[in-house]
Design a protein. Structure first.
Length: 270
């Protein structure tokens, strides 16, 4: 929790919130998913430092939101370019990168387009292109956002991301989550949702040189477990870790997730 900081950069005329914690010599960047369009990382340095304290011992950890406001039509490749510019501003020459869900889509472009910036890469519950499951979930969420039905958006989010057991135990939290995460505007969320639907890094994955760990869940109702298998076939020398019992929220529900990720990150670099 020491050395935690909440900050904001100006990238292409827009604000980009970020947080930093930890004191390790190596840098680690964590990129959140589509939920970033509802609530950014702004002001969350202390709780994130506590949640990811096992990573903070070895790393200086950075978490970046997408810039606000995003221009209409912004793509995941554009967001990777924004991130590269943010790294330059902060003097982060190279970092290991963990991308979760939509964050993993952005990380794919970052690793392919800016290979000198990425050490190791962890792609968690993400996809290199749209598929039927991804399109169904993202379109549902976007339709609910356009209607302003935030409670139902949170209910759908819970159902598609977490396990049945988790939903049974925590369904009562939906009204609270709806109250805490309702944005003033759904603009950034809708732009990011559209970027997920048009994301396609199929022709770039073979050029990724970063040593890569792909983590997926067989029961992923947000984008499907098959997406992880497909990426593992396309990224050279990548490693696949597929959990048969978990879905999209495995990064929160699987107790060994952070241990596995840290073990991979701390293996000797090539």
């Amino acid at each position: 929790m020491l050395h935690s900081k909440n900050g904001t950069l100006t990238v292409k005329g827009s604000e980009m919130p970020y947080i930093r914690f930890g004191s390790g010599k190596r840098h680690l960047i964590m990129l959140p998913g589509l939920g970033d369009g509802l609530t950014s990382v702004a002001g969350k340095a202390l709780p994130m430092a506590w949640m990811y304290r096992s990573l903070a011992k070895a790393y200086t950890v950075w978490m970046f939101s997408r810039r606000r406001p995003l221009p209409e039509g912004a793509s995941t490749a554009d967001m990777a370019a924004d991130l590269a510019q943010a790294m330059e501003q902060l003097g982060i020459e190279k970092a290991d990168v963990i991308g979760v869900s939509m964050g993993g889509m952005i990380a794919q472009h970052l690793a392919a387009d800016y290979p000198e910036r990425v050490g190791k890469l962890v792609l968690t519950v993400t996809s290199h292109r749209p598929n039927e499951i991804l399109e169904g979930s993202v379109r549902e969420w976007m339709e609910l956002a356009e209607k302003g039905d935030h409670r139902e958006l949170m209910r759908s989010n819970l159902k598609r991301i977490y396990s049945e057991e988790y939903c049974r135990k925590n369904g009562w939290l939906v009204p609270l989550a709806a109250a805490l995460t309702r944005p003033k505007s759904y603009g950034n969320f809708l732009i990011q949702g559209a970027a997920c639907l048009t994301h396609d890094a199929s022709d770039k994955l073979s050029s990724i040189t970063a040593r890569t760990l792909i983590v997926g869940g067989e029961k992923d109702l947000a984008l499907g477990g098959e997406a992880s298998r497909e990426m593992a076939l396309l990224i050279p020398d990548s490693r696949l870790l597929l959990y048969p019992q978990w879905g999209h929220g495995l990064y929160e529900e699987e107790p060994a997730f952070l241990k596995e990720v840290l073990r991979f990150l701390q293996e000797e670099h090539r």
